[in-house]
Design a protein around this ligand. Structure first.
Ligand code: PGA
Length: 256
């Protein structure tokens, strides 16, 4: 069975001092969690502080982006070896906000995924359609293009280290989550595309998170779908209470 994975994407929120408070609370609230992988993705500046608090806990730390070179004259960028050194295990790649505001393309996302894998960082690779694309009936085509582009030339053996996050753009930060049925339909499509590409056994092991307005109130219904293996949580990960409730729901479902 695929172990559920809940990740918090803090986006551009929390100073190091605020981050410290949040993870100290989270640490206490998650002491009894055994069956769920937990990840927090703070802004770069808070990574060291967060990692220091979580070091002896099962909660792993991720970054929200990286650059595809190891070092060099790339003002403002952060590299994979720097993230590894700071204690990161995961890195979010290709989030729709990065595609939209920072012009990331399937090609640059592919480079970033390869670099992350080279340094044994686990990519949380985000894909998802806009409302316009959904209404035009293009959802599956968009997902397929993003998957093919982002995973180009990636070896099947590397797939066990990749998490896919299906995040419909219209559901992110809008309070309007996909229905469990919409999520399942997209996740099933993603899994069968990956089965075609990498073989059924690999696709069956791969974890696909849902993201977009996940909250304590809707997480159980979403995670109950057979192909939904976790959640990438934005807004609701900024408070220890709501994030811990989401994790507890995943733990509860994993016990039955
Ligand atoms: P949201 O963000 O939970 O605030 O909708 C999710 C994400 O962008 O990863």
């Amino acid at each position: 069975m695929r172990k559920k994975i809940i990740a918090g994407n803090w986006k551009m929120h929390k100073t190091p001092a605020e981050a410290l408070q949040l993870v100290n609370e989270l640490k206490v609230k998650t002491v009894n969690i055994e069956k769920v992988d937990m990840v927090v993705c703070p802004p770069y500046l808070a990574i060291l502080t967060v990692r220091a608090v979580l070091k002896e806990t099962p909660i792993r730390v991720g970054a929200q982006n990286l650059f595809w070179e190891n070092e060099g004259a790339y003002t403002g960028e952060i590299s994979a070896p720097m993230l590894v050194d700071a204690g990161c295990t995961y890195v979010i790649i290709g989030h729709s906000e990065r595609r939209q505001y920072f012009h990331e393309t399937d090609e640059t996302i592919n480079r970033k995924i390869k670099k992350a894998l080279e340094f044994r960082l686990k990519p949380i690779f985000c894909i998802g359609e806009t409302l316009e694309q959904r209404e035009a009936g293009q959802t599956f085509t968009v997902l397929k293009t993003q998957l093919d582009g982002g995973l180009q030339d990636i070896d099947a053996s590397a797939m066990q280290n990749i998490i896919i996050a299906y995040e419909p753009v219209w559901a992110i930060g809008t309070g309007r989550n996909a229905t469990p049925e919409q999520a399942q339909e997209a996740h099933q499509f993603i899994r069968s595309s990956l089965a075609e590409k990498f073989g059924r056994p690999i696709a069956d092991e791969l974890r696909i998170q849902y993201g977009g307005s996940v909250k304590p109130e809707n997480v159980e219904a979403l995670l109950s779908q057979p192909d939904v293996d976790g959640a990438l949580v934005g807004g609701a990960s900024l408070k220890a209470d709501s994030f811990a409730k989401i994790i507890e729901a995943a733990e509860h479902l994993s016990k039955h």
